[in-house]
Design a protein. Structure first.
Length: 302
């Protein structure tokens, strides 16, 4: 199955439909009047459709088991057609479009099975996805070329050229995928005044996004939060709360990260861990949805 461990839980919705076409009005009348020999077609089909939604991963190999938190199955009669509408919600890492379509198909097949003794001309048509929402797929193709970034690596060893930088380059690579150009890339030692000076230098109209990597842990030389926190005129605690929660679900020490985030003037500053893996996980947790705040900061509504 596809690896979804990097994804975050979000509210996901999908609506699917199917159409059952009968060959005569008498069939529709029997359904509406509850006179079908096998029983109440709508109620039996609805129950089967609910099972179909919940058991999707049992019959479709690449579908992940997921918590189905809401399902609605409704019917609408139009002439000799019965339109089936299935809506499914979950809060999970992957979407429910296949679950909705599977539910629609099982509902339609159940109706077919119940009606075939009285109508040999029944057809199932147009099983399709009508709508889906939730997750990063909503933003998958969104680019942010209007934003310009600066990336600063806080590391004594990289500054002294005793080791190579991987985390800063990983940040730049992720930003490129979002269409964000990194105008400035720099390395500073793990010293409060050096980090402060660089933050003040790069926070301005030229850079809307300023990302520091390194120095957010608990070693004596990890001082990035002490340097950046006094400079923030608007802190955004939820950014790093989200990053730590995401990380803690994947490794037991993420709670020890002391990263901070907020605005220095009009520049968003985010402090990330110093390891490449920590940086990539934090970027997975925050981007691209964190970039929505630039619209809010300009007074636009959610």
């Amino acid at each position: 199955m596809v690896n979804i461990t990097k994804k975050s839980n979000t509210l996901r919705k999908a609506i699917a439909s199917a159409t059952l076409c009968v060959s005569k009005q008498e069939t529709i009348d029997a359904v509406v009047q509850r006179k079908v020999p096998k029983g109440d077609v709508f109620e039996f089909a609805r129950a089967a459709g609910l099972f179909g939604v919940k058991r999707t991963s049992d019959v479709i190999p690449d579908c992940h088991p997921l918590p189905v938190e809401y399902t609605s199955i409704t019917f609408e009669i139009s002439g000799l057609e019965i339109n089936i509408l299935v809506e499914v919600h979950t809060i999970y890492k992957t979407g429910v479009e296949v679950e909705a379509m599977h539910g629609a198909s099982v509902t339609a097949l159940t109706m077919y099975d119940m009606l075939k003794p009285i109508d040999k001309g029944i057809e199932i048509r147009n099983i399709k996805l009508l709508e889906k929402s939730g997750g990063k797929s909503d933003l998958k193709n969104k680019q942010f070329p209007e934003l310009k970034a600066a990336v600063v690596v806080c590391s004594d060893s990289v500054f002294e050229k005793q080791s190579e930088d991987y985390s800063g380059k990983a940040v730049i690579s992720r930003l490129e995928q979002l269409g964000i150009e990194t105008l400035k890339y720099d390395v500073v030692p793990d010293e409060i005044e050096s980090i402060k000076s660089k933050a003040l230098q790069l926070s301005g109209s030229e850079h809307q996004l300023l990302i520091f990597t390194g120095g957010t842990g608990l070693s004596p030389r990890d001082v990035t939060p002490e340097a950046i926190s006094p400079l923030l005129n608007r802190t955004i605690d939820g950014i790093m709360e989200t990053a730590r929660r995401y990380g803690q679900e994947r490794m037991p020490y993420a709670m020890l990260s002391r990263g901070v985030a907020g605005f220095i003037g009009e520049t968003l500053v985010i402090t990330l861990p110093g390891s490449k893996n920590g940086v990539e996980e934090t970027m997975d947790a925050l981007f691209p949805q964190v970039l929505h705040l630039f619209k809010i900061n300009k007074g636009q509504k959610h």
